[in-house]
Design a protein around this ligand. Structure first.
Ligand SMILES: [Zn+2]
Length: 210
């Protein structure tokens, strides 16, 4: 627990390293100092999107072997999502757990914490938009890859079973890129609240929340 939240913004990928001093997103002047936006702060969605995007770029940077954005595929995106699970706060029961399928288990268990499906879904929506805003071509957008959609669906179905929470309220349709973000995290459950901490945030690892 010594170095966990210590110095600054680098993502602890691969168990350390990467003391990049300039990795603080939005910290160093360049970003949002713009002209018009000083009075009206960026929307929550916008700032979350920027943070997510920085997290992802940081992830690519620390990736072994190194990955450039242009070579990033849906498979890499899925890898990224799995990587984020270690920072998750949502209990997902394994099939052998007595509370498998219980939305409100009466006692703790040892099942792993993961990212809630709704968080991942919203995250992908934001990253997908961010990719194109950063000059990525829509047709090569790895966040829109079919494999990613399939993966998310599997996560949703798996978590619905494991947590006893049906996500059926949301009809399976894909809104446009922009809407996918916010819509995703809101529409579900209404019961829990534990997983998103009230923001649809993925609780991205080392991005400081100042
Ligand atoms: Zn369990």
């Amino acid at each position: 627990m010594d170095s966990a939240s210590g110095a600054g913004g680098s993502i602890p990928i691969g168990g350390g390293g990467g003391e990049a001093s300039s990795s603080q997103p939005g910290g160093s002047g360049s970003a949002e100092g713009g002209s018009a936006s000083s009075s009206a702060p960026p929307s929550r969605y916008e700032s979350q999107k920027r943070r997510d995007w920085n997290t992802f770029l940081q992830y690519l940077k620390n990736h072994k072997p190194p990955l450039s954005l242009s070579r990033c595929s849906g498979a890499h995106v899925i890898e990224f999502l799995k990587y984020l699970d270690q920072f998750g706060k949502t209990k997902v029961h394994i099939t052998g757990c007595p509370y498998f399928g219980h939305p409100n288990p009466p006692a703790p268990c040892a099942c792993p914490l993961k990212q809630a499906w709704g968080s991942l879904d919203a995250l992908i929506g934001r990253l997908r938009a961010a990719y194109e805003e950063n000059d990525g071509r829509p047709e090569s957008n790895p966040f829109g890859a079919k494999a990613v959609r399939i993966y998310l669906r599997e996560v949703r179905e798996g978590q619905a079973k494991a947590r006893g929470i049906p996500y059926e309220k949301k009809k399976r349709k894909r809104p446009s890129t922009d809407a996918a973000g916010e819509g995703g995290s809101r529409s579900r459950s209404g019961g829990g609240g534990d997983e998103t901490g009230g923001g649809g945030s993925v609780g991205a690892p080392a991005i400081s929340t100042v």
